[in-house]
Design a protein around this ligand. Structure first.
Ligand code: RIB
Length: 305
């Protein structure tokens, strides 16, 4: 197995809006889409679509949505041996609102994802030990995230931690054990308590984390690309200008693609550049996973850049 994603799956309920209603107001929205999402599952699907062997360790609900989530993992060639059902609990769901400028606001109801436990990690121990990379996010209990980091360190498996959604309680000592820490600018602001309204502020906030001993910090900046700090050098990852329709799941596309190329090439900068292109492609279509290209589509897109 190339990559293990230990994390969330959600059902995305995406409403395309002209504007948000005011309190007490009812307004009509132009359209709606339902799709498979969740930051963990999105990252797994992005890597799998590019050809990585991916296993997903996640909890699905005990409801109508669960079968579809499982079917979707299979359709994308993801190993589901360690996808388990949280008995009597509903699936995680995410009402998402996408405005006319393609920007999104997301609510998450974690449901089954809150029931992922350290025992689930123990049960998958033998398979996890064979993985070349582990990816984590914060839509499952922090105790599971910390346990997974310790497991990875003990077994010399590199870890990517995507601190999304941001949790100010995240323990920096665990963050520093990870090989890659990948927040977006909003998450960076919440985690550091520092402003991030321009690149200078972002660099100050980023350096405040680096000074705590982080190995690699990658801050994704949406249409402004990304920055990678490794303690010595600051690299700016250039964005690609596209006609954005829906930015939901673009950060997950970036991370899944980065993981795929990192495992294949071990070239961090080249993998980040690929991730920037892959996430640019993803914002040109509606939805989260459904907007990610497969290998052929991505190569065709790269050819046109
Ligand atoms: O990052 C986008 C994802 O966040 C969505 O798919 C939604 O499910 C939430 O987890």
């Amino acid at each position: 197995m190339d990559i293990a994603v230990i994390g969330s799956n959600m059902v995305d309920l995406i409403t395309y809006i002209d504007r948000m209603p005011k309190l007490g107001e009812t307004i009509e929205a132009p359209s709606f889409k339902i799709g498979c999402g969740g930051k963990g599952a999105n990252q797994a699907v992005a890597a799998a679509k590019l050809g990585s062997d991916v296993m997903m360790l996640t909890k699905i609900g005990d409801d109508l949505f669960a079968d579809n989530t499982l079917k979707n993992f299979h359709l994308n060639g993801i190993n589901t041996d360690y996808v388990t059902v949280a008995k009597g609990i509903s699936s995680g769901v995410a009402p998402i609102f996408v405005d006319k400028s393609s920007q999104n606001s997301i609510l998450i109801i974690k449901g089954a994802n809150s029931h992922l436990s350290t025992k689930d990690i123990d049960d998958a121990e033998n398979e996890l030990k064979k993985c070349k990379l582990i990816i984590l996010q914060l839509e499952v209990p922090l105790s599971v995230v910390y346990y997974s980091i310790d497991f990875a360190v003990k077994n010399n498996i590199p870890v990517i931690l995507n601190p999304a959604p941001a949790d100010p309680k995240l323990d920096i000592n665990y963050v520093c054990k990870c090989d890659f820490f990948m927040p977006n600018e909003t998450e960076l602001e919440i985690l550091t308590g520092l402003p991030v309204s321009n690149i200078d502020e972002i660099l100050i906030a980023a350096n405040s984390l680096i000074s705590k001993g982080l190995k690699n910090l990658v801050v994704t900046l949406g249409e402004k690309g990304a920055i990678w700090l490794d303690g010595n050098v600051i690299h700016h990852i250039v964005p690609h200008k596209v006609n954005a329709i829906d930015t939901s799941g673009a950060g997950d596309a970036f991370i899944g693609c980065f993981a795929h190329y990192l495992v294949k090439t071990h070239d961090i900068l080249a993998s980040l550049n690929m991730a920037s292109a892959f996430s640019a492609y993803s914002v040109t279509g509606q939805g989260t996973q459904i907007s990610y290209p497969d290998k052929k589509e991505f190569e065709c897109f790269l050819g046109k850049l």
